[in-house]
Design a protein around this ligand. Structure first.
Ligand SMILES: [Zn+2]
Ligand SMILES: [Zn+2]
Length: 92
């Protein structure tokens, strides 16, 4: 299974209510601002790491991460970050 495919199925989960709730908590914590440049629109909540649960052979659900792995970014900082750095995948 290609990474591309996994990223696609992962994205679908970002519409899940549980994710939207988690996302709101992170936005609240970061005061609805990009932590890099302070922009207040087009915000996305980014995962600093992805966790692969070896025992189950699946990626952790996006809402199942500790808050320290999540950060608020604006779309342009987010896109730049993803272009420059690959999000590390940890086996947990
Ligand atoms: Zn920004
Ligand atoms: Zn991201």
């Amino acid at each position: 299974m290609s990474l591309q495919y996994q990223h696609g199925s992962y994205k679908a989960k970002l519409f899940d209510k549980r994710w939207l709730t988690k996302r709101d908590q992170i936005l609240e914590r970061d005061k609805h601002q990009c932590v890099i440049c302070g922009a207040q629109n087009e915000l996305v909540v980014h995962h600093k790491q992805y966790h692969f649960v070896s025992k189950l052979g699946v990626y952790r659900d996006p809402w199942d991460y500790d808050k320290r792995y999540l950060v608020t970014l604006c779309r342009s900082c987010h896109d730049r970050g993803h272009y420059r750095f690959k999000v590390p995948v940890k086996n947990v």
